[in-house]
Write a protein of this length. Structure first.
Length: 291
C-alpha cells in the first residue's frame, strides 16, 4: 500500500545547488524449488546515481563523477531535515534527478524528493501491524535498477518487494513479492540488497540474542519474475532451496555485516579476516561474507 507523507523520525540530508503489500511466510518442511533466471546482464549504475549500498554490485564505494563538493565550498554545506514515518537504520540510495529512497526498520519504503525536501511516496507492506513495534526488524537498504524504473526492498515478514519508482506501487505479477525465508521470526535480513546481472541478492542471519533456529543463507531472485534462481545455505548446505530452519539440526550461522553481499568475478576472497564464499549463479557469482 502507498500512503501520503507522515511525521516520525528525522533524516538529515545535505542538499547541493549542483543537484538543482506482502503476507507472512508459512514454514515448510521441505526445501523450495529454484528456477533458472529469465533476465539479461544488468548495465552499470548511471554516473549521476547511487542506486545501492556501496554504489555498485561489487560494493566498490567509488563514485566516478564529480560530487560538486570541493575544499572551497564544503564549509558552506547546509543540513536539511525531513520527517519520516519510522526509524531508518540503513543507508538511503539516490536515483536521479532528485530521489532519495530508504527502508525503515519495519519495512516501510520512503521516497524523498531531495530538492523539494518532501516525501513523494511511502510504501507500507501488508500485515505490518503483525510486527511493527516488536523486535522483528531489518537494517536492509533498498536497491534500484539501472534504468531507474524499479526499486527492490525487504520487509521483516520475509518478503522482497518490487516497487515502481514513479509512484511506489508494488508489482504483484509473477512471484512478487518474493519469499526469502520460511521463518522470518527467527531469520533476519540485515545486509543491504544487491542487484547484478538481472538478479536481486538478499541474505539472512539471526536476531539479537541468536535465538535458534536459523541457518543463514543467500538468495538470488530473478529481477523480472521474482522467482528464486538459487539459494546457498551456510548450514545443511548440501540441501538446495529455502529450508525450514527446524529441519536443519545446526543453527547460528549468519550473514550480518553491511557489505555481506557482493557480485564478483573471483570465486573466493579474504578481507579483514572475514571469509567470503562465492557460489556460481547463472553467468555471475554471488558472494557472502560470514560475519
Amino acid at each position: 500500500m502507498v500512503l501520503a507523507r507522515s511525521a516520525g523520525a528525522l533524516v538529515a540530508a545535505a542538499l547541493f545547488a549542483a543537484c538543482g503489500g506482502g503476507h507472512s511466510a508459512t514454514p515448510a518442511s521441505t526445501a523450495s524449488e529454484t528456477v533458472p533466471p529469465t533476465t539479461t546482464e544488468e548495465p552499470g549504475p548511471r554516473a549521476d546515481a547511487w542506486p545501492m549500498f556501496g554504489y555498485d554490485s561489487a560494493r566498490s564505494n567509488v563514485f566516478p563523477a564529480s560530487t560538486g563538493i570541493t575544499a572551497a565550498n564544503v564549509a558552506h554545506l547546509k543540513g536539511r531535515q525531513v520527517a519520516l514515518p519510522g526509524t531508518a537504520d540503513s543507508s538511503p540510495i539516490f536515483v536521479p534527478p532528485n530521489l532519495l529512497v530508504l527502508t525503515t526498520s519495519y519495512g516501510k519504503v520512503v521516497a524523498v524528493d531531495a530538492k523539494r525536501r518532501k516525501i513523494t511516496w511511502t510504501f507500507v507492506p501488508d500485515g505490518i501491524e503483525d510486527w511493527e513495534g516488536t523486535s522483528q526488524i531489518t537494517q536492509s537498504s533498498p536497491v534500484a535498477d539501472a534504468k531507474g524504473e524499479f526499486v527492490y526492498s525487504y520487509s521483516p515478514d520475509g518478503h522482497v518487494h518490487k516497487l515502481r519508482l514513479a509512484d511506489g506501487h508494488e508489482v504483484r505479477s509473477g512471484d512478487w513479492p518474493a519469499v526469502i525465508t520460511n521463518d522470518p521470526g527467527h531469520e533476519k535480513s540485515a545486509p543491504p540488497l544487491n542487484l547484478g546481472r538481472g538478479l536481486v541478492l538478499a541474505a539472512t542471519g539471526g536476531y539479537l540474542g541468536d535465538a535458534p533456529p536459523y541457518q543463514g543463507h543467500v538468495v538470488a531472485i530473478d529481477a523480472d519474475s521474482g522467482r528464486l534462481v538459487n539459494v546457498f545455505n551456510t548450514l545443511c548446505s548440501d540441501r538446495e532451496g529455502l529450508l525450514a530452519p527446524t529441519a536443519c539440526a545446526e543453527s547460528a550461522r549468519s550473514f550480518s555485516n553491511r557489505s555481506s553481499l557482493l557480485s564478483l568475478v573471483s570465486t573466493r576472497r579474504r578481507s579483514a579476516g572475514v571469509m567470503s564464499t562465492c557460489r556460481p549463479v547463472s553467468s555471475s557469482r554471488i558472494c557472502g561474507s560470514l560475519g
